[in-house]
Each structure stands twice: as C-alpha cells, then as structure tokens.
Design a protein. Structure first.
Length: 345
C-alpha cells in the first residue's frame, strides 16, 4: 500500500545509528516549505580532531514523495519538447553527472557551467555554482526552467493530462499534479541520494584499516597544505563561497574566451566583490565526476589538484604530492545509492 501524506521512511545505509534527516514537508495545497537542510556541521572540537565529518549512516525521507520523485526524475515529459529528463544530465548510474564539459538543454543550447553531481546534494548549504538557490525546491524549479525549457507549473500541467500521473499525485499528495507538488517530490528524491560509506567515512568512525597508508599520508597533506580550509565538513565542501583565483589569475592562465559562468556570483548579485566567486563544490565521489571546475577545464584529478594548488594556495606541487592527494581523494568514493524502493516505473 502506498505511503501517503507526511509518513516517513528511514533509509539505513550501514548500521543502526546515525544522524536522522527529517524531510516531511507540508501538503501542496499550501505553499511547500523550504527544504529541511542537513544538520549543520558540528564544530570539529565537539566531535573529533578532524576538519571532515563522516556522513550520517541513516537518513529519513518522506518515502511516498521520494518514490514519486524517483519516477519523475526519469520522465521526459518534464521538458518542453519531451526530449530530456533530469536523468539526461544527472544519470544515476554515472554518479549523477553526464561527464560533459557543459550539458545540453532543450532547443540545442548548453548549460552555462559544468553539471555537478546530485549525490549528497542535501548537505550543501546552497545550490548551483553561484549559490543562487537556497532550497532544493528552488533548485528543481531553476533546473527545469533552464534546462528543460519550461517551469515546474507547465510541466505539471502536462503530467495532469495523463491519468496514470494524475493518480500517482493524488495518491501521494491528495491532489492532481501541480508545480509545487512536482518540486516537492523531486526535491525529496534528491534528499535520498546519500553515499555515506566511503573509506574515509569508515576511517573517521574508527576503522583503522579503511584507508591505505598512502591515503592517510594524502589526507595529512590535504590538511597541511590548507585544502581543508575550504573543503571540510560533512560534504568535504559545499558549505561556503570562495573566489576562484585567490593566489593567481586562473582565468588569464586558462586563456580562451570568457564564459558567462566565469562571473560566478557576480552574475546574480552584480556586486564587484562577487566576481569569480563560487560555491565551493563537494569533493565526495570526485573520482567519478570528471571533468572538474565550473568550466570543466580540468580533465583529470591530477589536473584539478595542480590547478587548485596553484590558484588557491599559491603552491606548485611535486608529482609525489599530487599522487598522495589523488590517493586521498579516491578515499571519498562511496557505493552509489540503491534505487529508491518503489521508484522504478
């Protein structure tokens, strides 16, 4: 029997303990509440002497909404011409990234920036490279509008013409498809895309064998160099803004034509201090999310490590240092989330 209303389902990734993430939203007959964010990062001194925190092993989501969102994620009718779904740019079998420098949009265009993964997105404090969206519901609306050529309202109106989709929405929300319900379902599904069992998570929880000696050395170097000043917390990033090019002019070194996305938050705020400022990306599963940076300029982890060291830290790294840092970054790779129960068409 389908789970209706605000009933929740606990998703256990490992063990029986962990931080619980509440994600029971209000009904769609009234404005949908903003996303219930992940628990804020606890001060390091209160937990362990580490800048990175393990992901919670257990989260809670509204199971009916997340399962509906899993179906919607694959639905091409959300796009204006029926050519794309969310999974076009965020294929779940590829760590929710398409591997392209920039992704296609309806009408033959391209996204302004490289497509980031949706895995662990709930632990970001803002969404998109510029941090324009403060909730996952806002992020869903912007993604559908910019990539798929229409907003959530028109997309929901298309779904409402299909009796199967109407019945699914009525079963979960008690009403036919609306833009608010569409946003709520897709946002709730994204909350379920958590990957908590990377080797580093296991090591931070006390498994001394989870990291190789090279990965431990790389982690020590990661902290020593200052990488953890921006890439820390539960998501190893995703919780602050930073300028691209703190110690050097990245854009001059990169060369080529300027891209609109190079402006960073300036594109949204038009404040000079926000020029080239971006939301720091999460490094979780970074091994599987190439190419890197907002412009997709770094093709490999080695490239990204050297670029970031030079431009953010003012350091030129040896080959050995790069190899150690890349080994550590591989310790952030976790198994993909399992398909959401009931989400398959």
């Amino acid at each position: 029997m389908a789970v209706k209303g605000n009933q929740t389902m606990q998703l256990t990734f490992a063990g029986a303990s962990g931080v619980l993430l509440a994600a029971c939203l209000a009904g769609c007959t009234s404005p949908v509440a903003g996303d219930v964010a992940a628990p804020p990062d606890v001060p390091v001194a209160a937990t362990m002497d580490e800048p990175i925190l393990p992901l919670p092993e257990v989260v809670r989501v509204n199971s009916a909404r997340a399962a509906l969102g899993a179906r919607l994620f694959e639905e091409r009718a959300l796009s204006k011409d029926g050519s794309m779904s969310c999974a076009t740019c965020h294929p779940l079998g590829r760590t929710a990234v398409d591997g392209l420098v920039r992704s296609p949009t309806v009408g033959g265009g391209l996204t302004g920036a490289n497509t980031p993964t949706l895995f662990n997105v709930v632990f970001n404090f803002r969404f998109s490279w510029t941090g324009q969206q403060r909730t996952l519901e806002e992020q869903v609306e912007v993604a559908i509008t910019r990539a798929m050529g229409q907003g959530a309202g028109p997309a929901a109106a298309t779904l409402a013409l299909d009796p199967v989709w109407r019945a699914r929405f009525v079963d979960v929300f008690g009403e036919p498809p609306t833009g608010a319900c569409l946003r709520a379902a897709l946002a709730e599904f994204q909350r379920s895309l958590v990957t908590p069992n990377a080797p580093l998570d296991r090591w931070l929880r006390g498994d001394a064998t989870a990291l190789t000696s090279e990965q431990q050395e790389g982690y020590a170097l990661f902290k020593e160099l200052g990488c953890a000043s921006c890439h820390q917390g539960r998501n190893v990033g995703g919780n602050m803004f930073q300028r691209m090019g703190v110690m050097a002019d990245y854009f001059a070194a990169r060369g080529g034509p300027a891209l609109p996305a190079d402006l960073g938050r300036y594109e949204e705020t038009h404040q000079e201090e926000d020029r080239h400022v971006f939301r720091v990306p999460s490094l979780r599963n970074v091994e599987k999310t190439a190419p890197y940076l907002h412009d997709g300029y770094a093709a490999t982890m080695d490239d990204a490590v050297r670029i970031m060291a030079a431009n953010q830290l003012g350091r030129t790294l040896s080959d050995r240092q790069v190899a150690l840092l890349v080994a550590f970054l591989r310790s952030l790779t976790a198994p993909d989330p399992q398909p959401f129960p009931g989400g398959a068409p």
